[in-house]
Design a protein around this ligand. Structure first.
Ligand SMILES: CC(C)(COP(=O)(O)OP(=O)(O)OC[C@H]1O[C@@H](n2cnc3c(N)ncnc32)[C@H](O)[C@@H]1OP(=O)(O)O)[C@@H](O)C(=O)NCCC(=O)NCCS
Length: 213
């Protein structure tokens, strides 16, 4: 079992690190080795007592020694970094809170970050490098595309499909059977009642694409 290295050292990365530490203590899951950050001035700094080890050059030199979690909130940036790390041969771990609840009949992809009080129901498939924020929930038969992000309290009801790189804002929800296309954003508190295409920002109840797009 290889230790975990977290790419990123900001607020989201610290939250993910605490989940990794909790899962290590409670469930014997992999321990935390340190953080990576491409800003050279951060090398050697300590975050939650763990060292910022370096950037991509450190990653390349030590590839076989750890599993990586890319803890960057922006979906496109997270994908760019994960794709580059994968090309170099990195392997990915995940941060799964012991306080989350999972159906035995769900699948979670590599690189996932699952926060406390998340619920994932039956026959749900969550793609790679997805973030499920604190108190978010996913009901039966949903599909969540790679690099998507459910912000705190976001809810997917049954049979919802999200494309890749979708962000569902804080306390937003998607009603049963609807879909949200790749790269789209649903603003905080929005309620999706119709299928949304890709690459739109939709807000409100019901959620509508913002003017000017
Ligand atoms: C939807 C969102 C992405 C838009 O961001 P933006 O493009 O920077 O939008 P702006 O702040 O410039 O606002 C543009 C307009 O949309 C409105 N608006 C913004 N967010 C809104 C929301 N969630 N619901 C309703 N209206 C919203 C603004 O009031 C403004 O209206 P106006 O043009 O009449 O003045 C953002 O406001 C949001 O809700 N993000 C969710 C973030 C989140 O939950 N993060 C959690 C991280 S853990």
């Amino acid at each position: 079992m290889k230790p975990i290295v977290i790419y990123g050292s900001g607020g989201h990365a610290r939250e993910v690190a605490e989940i990794v530490m909790h899962a290590h203590q409670e469930q014997g899951r992999p321990s935390l080795l340190g953080f990576l950050d491409d800003r050279s001035e951060r090398k050697g700094e300590r975050v939650l007592g763990y060292e910022v080890l370096g950037g991509f050059s450190w990653l390349e030199e030590h590839l076989s020694e750890f599993d990586l979690i890319v803890a960057i909130g922006d979906n496109s940036v997270r994908q760019r970094i994960a794709d580059r790390a994968l090309e170099l041969g990195a392997t990915f771990g995940s941060a799964v809170s012991p306080l989350a609840h999972f159906s035995p009949a769900c699948q979670i992809g590599p690189g996932a970050m699952i926060f406390p009080r998340v619920t994932v129901s039956t026959n749900v498939v969550v793609g790679a490098h997805v973030i499920l924020g604190v108190h978010s929930s996913i009901s039966h038969d949903c599909r969540v595309g790679d690099f998507s992000f459910l912000c705190p309290g976001a809810r997917l009801t049954g049979n919802v499909t999200l494309g890749p790189r979708v962000m569902i804002g804080t306390n937003a929800c998607v009603i049963p059977g609807k879909s949200v296309g790749s790269g789209s954003v649903v603003g905080a508190g929005g309620v999706v009642v119709d299928d949304l295409p890709g690459d739109v920002v939709a807000v409100g109840v019901p959620a509508r694409a913002k003017l000017g797009q």
